[in-house]
Ligand binder design. Sequence first.
Ligand code: AMP
Ligand code: MG
Length: 458
Amino acid sequence: MTSHHNQRHHDGGHSDANRVTENPHSHGHGHSSEDMLSVEEALERVMASFHTLEPEEKPLLECMGQVLAEDISSPIALPPLNNSGMDGYALLHSDISGASKANPKNLSVIGVVAAGQMPDKTVTTGTAMRIMTGAPVPDGADTVVPFEETDEVERKREGKPLDQVAIFADMPPGCNVRPAGEDVSRGALVLQKGTVVRAAEVGVIASLGLDKVKVVRRPVVAILATGDELEITGTPLTGGKIYDSNSFSVAASVIASGGIPKILGIARDNLADLNARLEATAGADLVVTSAGVSKGDYDMVKDVLNQRGEMNFWSVRMRPAKPLAFGHLNGPAATHGKDIPLLGLPGNPVSAMVAFEMFARPAIRAMLGKAVRPRPVVEGVLTSAIRNEDGRRVYARVEVELKDGTYQATPTGPQGSNILTSMSKANGLAICPEDLPGKNAGDRVQIIMLDWNEEVQV
Ligand code: AMP
Ligand code: MG
């Protein structure tokens, strides 16, 4: 992992700029800096293919993180009835005006009402009912006086019957009575279509008595690794091979983005195998491939993808993750089969993850019906330099810490796009704009916060 020739010339290698200008095999597009798409242009082209998916109805708890596909109006009032906010006595406030410890008001207690019961009596002047928190307030009563403001404790201690009570405090009408409909009135619009279901929304929906809800379904993302060098995890590594990590980092990123991953395995670098593997993409909402999109070796992937759909191969003015394929596969032979968008990530593990972050995550959010906004970006200070050698936008893996009110960003070691542990150590991507030669220690930088989601406002 030390020498430059270990790294692909197209992606993350420090010799990149030289190799590009010297390379006689240039494909005539996408490889001079003029032909590179900006990240924004590439994202715009990708996003044009993604729209909110159709709704599904599911048990409430399974809807976490999904977007409501319907307005939720309340079939009931919440709370359904006037109820007590305290353990105490339900009474008429007019019976206790001027009450104090020195001037107690005595009432006769006509019954008890517990939470979950309906009161069996009406409170009239001179009477009260013992009442528990959450219990419906009996007709006639308009106020609840808590036990602490009565002789209840004293009576109990002295073994006196609870058929009388002395009230020690004057309380305004309505005190400690929680009115019916205080939270939600019957028929009210409680949650709007488009709301993301979080724990609080699950609680609110359950409080209305609903056990199922219509949400935008999650997209199924088919994941296909390509490469003769790839070995399946859990098997011994044989000579010249490496483990396929991209299928897993991509699948994990799909889950983190709200999609359902469908790992298709490894396609070998030949037409027959790639074609066979692509059959299993039927029914997916998005296909994400990795590798085989770099200059020199993408022709096979290019041919297959062009045969089966329409594919564009782009260079994006970013480091890592310059080479990117995007297009669609034609649906299965049946004429009604729908086209499936395909995003071809670069093979280098960091490039694959960063390209996923920039292009696949927004696509998945769009299909989920979520607002497509960038991850939160904070301004921080670099603790060591980032170099920009060839006029691309650099996304440097950094560990961000808040120190004395300032976000400090420390690059997580060598920035080669093959060094996946540097991604694991990072919680942010510090940006060096394409038109700067680099950023020095002490410079201010914009940092994409990878562990924060798009809903966080900064
Ligand atoms: P390629 O784009 O096929 O030239 O691959 C670029 C680099 O990424 C090579 O070093 C590959 O070995 C590596 N690579 C490709 N696919 C994977 C994968 N699924 N997991 C880990 N590394 C990969
Ligand atoms: Mg390859």
